[in-house]
Design a binder for this molecule. Structure first.
Ligand SMILES: Cc1cc2nc3c(=O)[nH]c(=O)nc-3n(C[C@H](O)[C@H](O)[C@H](O)COP(=O)(O)OP(=O)(O)OC[C@H]3O[C@@H](n4cnc5c(N)ncnc54)[C@H](O)[C@@H]3O)c2cc1C
Length: 320
């Protein structure tokens, strides 16, 4: 049996941040992830200055692609509204792997299936054993499924369906663009350039609204591609997008049960307006680590709920 005081299921931003915080205070942990890193994670890769500050990372110290957006072009229906700001764009393929390495804890490639309790300890697939268990496995986290689905139900109203693609592309226009509610899309689409010739394009919206209208997200995707092409933003490419579901923040109660916690997407914490999930994943990870270290209650009431405000207000100087 492989033992650690804390076992973290999932090595995304939530899992790696929690491991790093525990390690700083001398608590041993290990991470189990079903995928080997670096791994692809469907995500536009937009992060706010607050995320970097919560991660104690200055942009100049980040060794991979990081593009600063000094302006974001919002479109509400057809009306463009340029918003001066300071936001960052990373590739999750690089970012998550960097954070995981930086956490400097043992990482095992293992898909978690079963977890049971024995003598107040958690036994994972009869191979791993711990006193504290962190569910950081995203939407399909097994810790959520086994211990929390009954006490922390996720509302179908808050389920976001998103499709996207990230690819090498010599873009000419470095401006990030967002289109809200285009042709009745119950969400928004994005054009998010990355540093050094990569691009991420995608759309996301409330799954329940698609269903209610008898639409699929693919209808909107086809329309979106035409818009990109018409604007000379990414034309002449064969796309093969992939999709993923995640949840916007509903109630944030019942995220601890005994010594088991859920954080990040496992708890469904993305912001209500823009579906920003990396920030809340990092914030909830730090709170879970603090609760283990100090015995304080695990309370997610302080987590960022809205993103648009941060974009509008964040016009500060770019940090080096
Ligand atoms: C298309 C799309 C675009 C997005 N764009 C943005 C954006 O631009 N900015 C932003 O802030 N947020 C964005 N989000 C949301 C953001 O990606 C998530 O909120 C964020 O990744 C949550 O981090 P996490 O660490 O909780 O989970 P994840 O990053 O999903 O990590 C979970 C990890 O758990 C592992 N895992 C899962 N099941 C198991 C298992 N059974 N056993 C072992 N390991 C397991 C997975 O392999 C994965 O590595 C987007 C989401 C989507 C779908």
């Amino acid at each position: 049996m492989i033992e650690a005081t804390v076992i973290i299921v999932g090595g995304g931003p939530a899992g790696s941040t929690c491991a790093r915080e525990l390690k700083k205070q001398g608590i041993d942990s290990l991470i189990l992830d079903k995928q080997a890193f670096p791994r692809t994670k469907l995500c536009a890769g937009w992060i706010t200055p607050k995320v970097l500050s919560d991660l104690e990372l200055s942009p100049g110290d980040y060794p991979h692609r990081l593009l600063t957006y000094r302006k974001i072009l919002f479109h509400f229906r057809a009306i463009p509204v340029p918003i001066p700001t300071c936001q960052y764009s990373i590739r999750r393929f690089e970012f998550d792997s960097f954070l995981l390495k930086r956490a400097d804890v043992p990482v095992y490639k293992h898909r978690v299936n079963n977890i049971r309790m024995e003598n107040k300890q958690y036994i994972i697939d009869d191979v791993y054993k711990c006193s504290f268990l962190i569910g950081a496995g995203g939407t399909h986290c097994p810790v959520y499924r086994i211990f929390f689905s009954g006490i922390h139900p996720r509302s179908p109203r808050l389920c976001i369906a998103a499709v996207e693609e990230e690819f090498a592309w010599q873009w000419n226009d470095p401006l990030c663009r967002l289109w809200f509610f285009d042709h009745g899309l119950p969400g928004y689409s994005w054009y998010a350039p990355k540093e050094d010739g990569y691009l991420n394009v995608g759309i996301g919206g409330k799954l329940a609204s698609f269903k209610k209208r008898g639409e699929t997200i693919n209808t909107h995707w086809e329309r979106f591609l035409k818009k990109l092409s018409a604007n000379g933003l990414a034309s002449g490419r064969q796309f093969a997008p992939k999709g993923h579901l995640y949840y916007l923040r509903g109630h944030a109660d019942n995220t601890r049960r005994g010594n088991a916690f859920i954080i990040g997407d496992a708890a469904g914490l993305a912001t209500r307006d823009m579906g920003e999930g990396i920030g809340p994943a990092v914030e909830s990870a730090k709170l879970a680590a603090r609760s283990i270290l100090t015995g304080e209650p695990f309370c997610l009431g302080s987590l960022t709920r809205w993103s648009a405000f941060q974009i509008i207000m964040n016009r500060g100087r770019v940090k080096k």
